[in-house]
Design a binder for this molecule. Structure first.
Ligand code: ADP
Ligand code: MG
Length: 315
């Protein structure tokens, strides 16, 4: 029995969202931003959560980072329920384990500090020596490709460079999880691809788990797993195919990859629908259209090891 329990605990995913609900109340109106969202994230993953504006992405990210508490459901970190931590424990947890890159750049960087000072900001109350702090900062500047900008001010940098500084700042405490909200939202396509390569290298070289929330569908091509969020729930999931990953990691066709994917869906990733705990599955608008499903009733039957869903007869 004891053995069984241990086994169960060690099998816990790194992060688990269990039936997350988040209701906002403002001016007497309730908005259900998350509607019973289930999601598991493994240690070391590079993943993106993609959805339209208003689908609940930022809400989810705040819950994952322990900045907000759910109205119902729970977020578990290594089996531990974040809601059971007190305020001090939660703030230690955030400082020790999590790096954030916010959607608004002004939330990431202070305009009156240099690049190096910005990156060192989270170490303000640390007992680390000045020399050690500068060493770490320089290593991070090198990792994000900005060694020559140490003494520049944020306003002297391009949007992409500012994002790199924001990432370095988020990494200074050596977090194990990096959470990013729309990190490519305000940059051009070329810069976006450069940033995506940076995410991958941070993930692979530093072994940091990365979760990106975004509406930027081009991110699909360069992360290992994509989950689609709509109306506060996970609707489908795409997992990168091994052959594509090998090509990407060998540096092959890097510039071309996003276009190839755009034209020929399914080349880089395998797509899955998500079955929720009650056994429900969502049929996308596109799928329903293709199958001519226009009413809210469908026929389901079993056939040769498959479950077939089709429109009701005579509609
Ligand atoms: P996304 O990041 O995907 O654009 P959000 O998580 O920011 O979506 O928002 C999800 C839904 O919750 C939206 O309908 C939004 O208007 C609402 N919402 C978000 N934050 C608040 C808040 N503080 N008060 C009231 N409603 C909010
Ligand atoms: Mg958002």
């Amino acid at each position: 029995m004891a053995e069984e329990i241990t086994k169960e605990i060690t099998n816990e995913p790194y992060i688990k969202c269990d039936g997350l609900v988040r209701i906002y109340k403002s001016k007497g109106i309730e908005v259900m931003a998350l509607q019973g969202l289930d999601l598991e994230i493994q240690k070391g993953e590079l993943m993106a959560i993609i959805g339209r504006s208003g689908s609940g992405k930022s809400t989810l990210l705040n819950l994952l980072g322990g900045l907000d508490t759910p109205s119902a459901g729970a977020v578990y970190f290594g089996g531990e329920n974040l809601a059971e931590m007190n305020y001090a424990q939660l703030s230690d947890f955030r400082r020790d384990h999590i790096g954030f890159v916010w959607q608004k750049n002004t939330d990431n960087l202070l305009g009156y500090l240099t690049v190096a000072e910005n990156i060192e900001m989270p170490l303000l109350f640390s007992t680390m020596s000045k020399k050690k702090k500068r060493e770490r900062t320089r290593a991070l500047l090198e990792a994000v490709g900005l060694s020559d900008k140490e003494n520049s001010f944020p306003t002297e940098l391009s949007g992409g460079e500012q994002q790199r500084v924001a990432i370095a700042t988020a990494l200074i405490n050596e977090p194990e999880l990096l959470l990013m909200d729309e990190p490519t939202g305000a940059v051009d396509k070329k810069t976006s691809i450069m940033l995506q390569d940076l995410f991958r290298s941070i993930n692979r070289k530093l072994g940091i788990t990365i979760v990106i929330v975004t509406h930027d569908i081009s991110l699909v091509d360069r992360v290992d797993r994509v989950v689609m969020i709509s109306d506060g729930k996970i609707s489908s999931e795409r997992i990168m195919k091994d052959e594509f990953r090998k090509k990407l990691e060998a540096g092959e066709d890097l510039e071309k990859a996003p276009d190839v994917q755009g034209e020929e869906e399914g080349d880089s990733h395998e797509e899955y629908a998500i079955l929720d705990k009650a056994g429900r599955v969502r049929l996308s608008e596109n799928m329903r259209e293709m199958a001519g499903i226009t009413s809210n009733r469908v026929k389901i039957h079993y056939e040769d090891g498959r479950i077939v869903i089709h429109k009701e007869d005579g509609v």
